[in-house]
Structures are given as C-alpha cells and as structure tokens.
Design a protein around this ligand. Structure first.
Ligand code: G4P
Length: 195
C-alpha cells in the first residue's frame, strides 16, 4: 500500500535494528485519512470471505480495526489487556507474551460478542513475533468461531511473526512489509519477493 509506505518513509523513525517508531500516525497520534484508506484496503483484500466480525487488541489496533469494520459493515471488538470493571462474566481469555516489552498479558473478550459460526477478521497495527495474533486466533477458536484472516498494518518481515501466523493456515495480509531496519534505514520487502 503506497500511501502507507510513503508515510513510513516520511514520518517513521528507526529506533534500533528492530524497532520502528510511528507514533505520529499509528501508535499515539492517529491519521484518520490514512486509517480510512487502510480500512478500505483491508476490506478489499478480505472481501467475499463472509466476515461477520473484526477483532483487534487494545490500544493501537483499534483505529485500523474500526475503519475496516465500518467499510465491511460489521461490528468491531477489541480484546482487553487489563481487567474491566464491568466485563466480569462469561469471559474468554488467552495468554500473550510480549517479547518486545518482556511482559505477559491475559487478553480477554466477552463471550457475548463473538459466537459460534462467526467468521472473524483479526486486525493489528504491528506484526513482530506474532504472539498477539496467535492469542487472538486462540480466542476466536475458543468462542467456536472461525479465524478467517489476519490483517496487519506494518509487518516486520525479518521477525518470526509472519511464519508463525502462516503456520496456522489463516490468510495473512500485511499492508507494509519491512525487510530490514538496519543502519537506521527502512527497507521494504520487494513486491516480487516470495514469502
Ligand atoms: P507481537 O505483537 O507480534 O506479538 O510482538 P511483540 O510482543 O514484540 O509486540 C509487543 C508490542 O510492541 C505490541 O504493541 C506491538 O504492536 C509493539 N511493537 C512491536 N514491534 C514494534 C515496532 O517496531 N514499532 C512499534 N511502534 N511497535 C512495535 P502493544 O504493547 O500491544 O501496544 P499498543 O497496541 O497498546 O500500542
């Protein structure tokens, strides 16, 4: 997706060989025009799959997931990382280990909003090691629903997440694929490259 790649080139900051800072349009301030385009792009890439719900994880996944759900005409649910005051009964949980942050989170959704027979599209902002995506796939399965797709805004293709998600057999679409962040430079995966 060219508009997204250009935004990464213009505003992304390479913090290290493994971390890209995009807090001016994804992780802190969000760019609504770009988010709308992202929603349209995901809706196009996952059309005809009978998707009934979009699922993400708080917080930065919510922007792109909501725009995708709007475009597809279905509800969006976000998994919580912290316990909610009102969300107490009928919970589905999975454990997600963050390698970047060295912490473990219990992620949670209510049984009320993803049910048997739902076809669920999972959306997230970053794909790094893939533990968040795996946790969300696990939650969908526990609900008796079908994880039919994983849509990622920025994939770091040099980390394990791409392979991990592919191994589940769920269709994976990433809008910007980064091959390397070495020497302070963002290098995208060549469109023609097989992955
Ligand atoms: P995973 O998401 O693939 O399982 O990988 P990991 O455990 O390493 O990611 C932990 C958190 O760090 C996630 O956000 C993920 O989106 C974010 N992250 C990973 N790599 C990068 C990167 O290169 N740049 C940026 N900006 N973020 C990265 P989170 O803790 O869920 O945060 P948030 O959604 O609440 O903002």
């Amino acid at each position: 997706m060219e508009a997204l790649k250009q935004k990464i080139i213009d505003e992304g900051k390479v913090l290290s060989d493994t971390v890209l800072k995009v807090d001016s349009f994804v992780n802190h301030q969000m760019d609504p025009v770009l988010m709308k385009q992202i929603g349209e792009e995901f809706a196009e890439r996952f059309k005809g799959m009978g998707i009934t719900k979009v699922l993400t994880i708080e917080s930065s996944g919510i922007g792109p997931a909501l725009m995708t759900a709007l475009e597809m005409g279905v509800p969006m649910i976000f998994a919580r990382k912290r316990k909610s005051l009102t969300l107490t009964d009928g919970l589905i949980t999975a454990t997600v280990r963050s390698f970047t942050k060295q912490e473990t989170n219990e992620i949670t959704i209510s049984r009320d909003f993803i049910t048997e027979g739902d076809n669920v599209l999972i959306i997230d902002d970053f794909l790094a090691v893939g533990q968040a995506a795996l946790g969300l796939i696990e939650i969908v399965k526990q609900a008796g629903a079908n994880p039919v797709g994983v849509g990622i805004v920025i994939e770091k293709s040099f980390q394990d997440g791409h392979r991990t998600v592919k191994e589940t057999g769920v269709k994976l679409e990433s809008l910007a694929k980064i091959a390397s962040l070495e020497n302070g430079k963002v290098q995208f995966v060549n469109e023609g490259d097989q992955q």
